[in-house]
Design a protein around this ligand. Structure first.
Ligand SMILES: [Zn+2]
Length: 464
């Protein structure tokens, strides 16, 4: 395994060795998800969908094809995606009269149906989601899970009676995504209100969840958009008010990218030995390794390992025994690389004392527990998650910088997120963006680093 300092080499090797994705599929930017990666994605999806269900969202699944008329209805939207759309132009040998697009995102097809589904104020709010693949012809350098031409995500869409309810929904989604990212995946992030030129095409406002990769670049892992009435006007989504009038709905859309979340988990938690996975998403949570010195002990040790596995499985813990022929050292190395949170070692001494040796993947800490206390492992999982969360938070906060002078930007650029003052003028933004992208989020008043005029504090960083 290459050292993690060489992030790109390390990343590609771990995707391969840990069976996350295989990028050798003969279409650029479309990797094949393999069992270890897909398991983690499905856990995220399950966790997220449960929260969305509980908050009143309905699951849906829309067709992957969008008619050209539908996709083109909102002008800014189509202009924003124009260069990235894959078109289906033929059916067999016949050219289609009207082209069909592979969805780059699903605002337009979903809002065609919203128009039919929404009649009265009693139908509102309407909130739906789908977990699906989307297609974008990326021209930038593609990177597995981070920038692909097909990717997996969950997208949510909503319609509301007014701006107030839109605000409320954005707040709720912010809570749900924060839980997914911080509670389940143990990752830190900041939410940035994107500058005007970086908004989702057709949106009034875009809020992005940005995390920090170990190379100091930010990765956008989820977004939320306030769409105002931009789409409801062109799709004619209206409802009858309590007093019998007709109004256009207000809308929001939002989504995290499962691939990017997975890439963040891999890069932020991993180390030179390989993956480190938060226990709740690990495909395998415990690996049991029998350590046999004398041939005559084999039967007894295997039986003891079997008992431990059954006990763990009955607690709902994903545990397996590695009874292969390799030496224990080789097994340790393999399962550490795969990121299995706990290794149980069972040797003659453990057997004699009715104990089990427990080794944590995240800290390497070794301890012994009594067989009768094996359910304490659930508590150890919580400790691991908490410690991963703290470690990620520490690294994240250590990479936030605040500067007043342009020459300090050069000093910190590429090392993390830099806060500085910006006056909101485009010409100053251009000068700032010679160094790094403006992620935005205008908070405290702060003088513009370029023109010294009154401005607000914004964040900048090199980005993926
Ligand atoms: Zn300025």
């Amino acid at each position: 395994m290459p050292a993690k300092e060489n992030l790109s080499e390390w990343y590609h090797k771990i995707l391969d060795d840990a069976e996350i994705v295989d990028s050798r599929y003969p279409i650029k930017g479309m990797p094949v998800y393999r069992k270890w990666g897909l398991f983690i994605i499905r856990e995220m999806q399950r966790y997220l969908e449960k929260m969305l269900d509980e908050s009143g969202h309905e699951p849906t699944l829309f067709p992957v094809l969008i008619s050209e008329d539908t996709l083109g209805k909102e002008t800014k939207h189509i202009t924003g995606f124009e260069e990235q759309v894959f078109w289906v132009t033929h059916a067999g040998t016949n050219e289609l009269e009207r082209r069909l697009a592979l969805r780059p995102t699903s605002e337009t097809p979903i809002y065609e149906m919203f128009k039919l589904w929404i009649r009265s104020h009693t139908d509102l709010p309407l909130k739906v989601y789908q977990s699906c693949t989307v297609y974008r012809y990326e021209t930038k350098h593609t990177r597995p899970l981070i920038r692909g031409r097909e990717f997996l995500w969950n997208e949510g869409h909503s319609a509301h009676v007014d701006k107030k309810d839109v605000k409320r929904n954005i707040k709720e989604i912010q809570k749900i995504y924060s839980k997914l990212i911080k509670e389940l995946l143990c990752i830190s992030f900041v939410i940035n209100k994107r500058p005007e030129w970086d908004r989702f095409p057709g949106a009034v406002d875009t809020y992005a969840f940005d995390t920090l990769m170990p190379d100091g670049k930010t990765l956008q892992i989820a977004t939320m958009h306030n769409l105002g009435q931009n789409f409801s006007r062109v799709f004619e989504i209206t409802y009858e008010t309590e007093t019998g009038g007709h109004e256009h709905v207000y809308q929001t859309s939002y989504g995290p990218s499962f691939g990017r979340l997975l890439a963040a988990v891999i890069c932020i938690h991993g180390d030179d030995k390989g993956l480190i996975l938060p226990p709740r998403i690990a495909p395998l949570q415990v690996i049991i390794i029998p350590i046999v010195f004398k041939e005559s002990d084999t039967g007894k040790i295997m039986k003891y390992a079997e008992e431990a596995k059954e006990r763990l499985n009955s607690l709902g813990i994903r545990a397996e025994i590695d009874s292969g022929e390799e030496r224990p050292g080789a097994k340790f190395y393999h399962w550490e690389m795969k990121g299995v949170p706990l290794r149980l070692e069972i040797g003659p001494r453990d057997l004699k004392e009715k104990k089990i040796t427990v080794v944590r993947r995240d800290t390497g800490e070794k301890s012994q527990i009594k067989f009768g206390e094996i359910d304490r492992i659930e508590k150890i999982f919580d400790d691991i998650s908490e410690s991963l969360r703290k470690r990620a938070e520490g690294k994240f906060e250590g990479r936030l910088f605040k500067v007043n002078k342009l020459k300090d930007v050069e000093k910190y650029v590429g090392r993390g997120i830099i806060s500085l003052g910006w006056c909101n003028k485009k010409e100053c933004a251009e000068r700032i963006e010679e160094h790094a992208d403006i992620l935005c989020s205008d908070e405290n008043p702060m003088k513009c680093i370029i023109c010294n005029g009154p401005g607000r504090e914004v964040r900048i960083a090199r980005t993926y």
